[in-house]
Design a protein around this ligand. Structure first.
Ligand SMILES: [Zn+2]
Length: 240
């Protein structure tokens, strides 16, 4: 305090305590509202760095110490282009939000949503755009606990025609590879099928997309699966 006071006084002559206080208050205020630096892990250059960035973000989410959404947005820069380091297929469930779960700001994640996180044709095409055009390093097939689509697949595995509208066509894609592997009443049937369905998504993406398969083979892309536990927020990788 005295050094600053002397310094100001020596340059500008006498200065009143009130003015000095105002100068300090302005300095403190500008520090408090300065833009928060983007965490270093938020611009990964490799698939493994991308995985680490997401898992570090999930740890912040679980601890409720999130930082990504406090970053002062450069909207003009965001509007000029995008280079999301990871893509996610997530369920449409309102409780699942990758940007929040992985604590990532706008522009970092390329997200496709469909009930049951099933890789539909449109979803695969979207991911191909992310990989081939935007340079995405990682694809995450993101399942979650208490998934209604997976639950429907287990409950109606013998006859989906009772479901309304187009739901049978969607739910059928969970049944044959996964829902038939459990007995509907066995313990943890839902959790088992959720994990199976997420893991199966990885196989499907690589099997059905030459673009994704080639990027994985070249080492520029990894495709992983995982499940978010809604109660704890923890995202656990189930296949990598
Ligand atoms: Zn779901």
């Amino acid at each position: 305090m005295s050094d600053l006071s002397q310094s100001v006084s020596s340059r500008r002559g006498a200065i009143s305590p009130r003015v000095l206080l105002a100068v300090l208050a302005t300095a403190i205020a500008s520090f408090a509202f300065a833009p928060i630096e983007v965490p270093a892990e938020s611009a990964p250059a490799t698939p493994d760095e991308a995985i680490k960035a997401l898992m570090d973000g999930n740890k912040r989410f679980v601890k409720q110490k999130m930082s990504a959404h406090e970053i002062e947005l450069d909207r003009a820069k965001l509007a000029a282009g995008q280079a999301p380091f990871a893509a996610v297929i997530r369920c449409a469930d309102s409780r699942v939000a990758p940007e929040i779960c992985f604590d990532q700001p706008l522009g970092h994640l390329f997200v496709c949503a469909v009930a049951g996180n099933i890789p539909t044709l449109e979803g695969i095409a979207s991911l191909e755009y992310g990989v081939a055009v935007l340079g995405t390093k990682l694809i995450v097939v993101m399942g979650h606990s208490e998934c209604g689509a997976v639950d429907a697949a287990i409950k109606h595995r013998d006859d989906t025609s009772v479901l309304p509208g187009s739901l049978p066509q969607l739910i059928d894609q969970i049944i044959s590879p996964c829902a038939m592997t459990v007995e509907p009443n066995e313990p943890n049937a839902l959790a088992k099928v959720v994990e199976c369905n997420a893991n199966m998504g990885v196989s499907e993406l690589i099997r059905r997309s030459p673009v994704i398969k080639e990027a994985v083979a070249s080492g520029n892309l990894k495709v992983i699966a995982g499940v978010q536990d809604l109660a704890s927020g923890v995202f656990k990788i189930t296949r990598r």
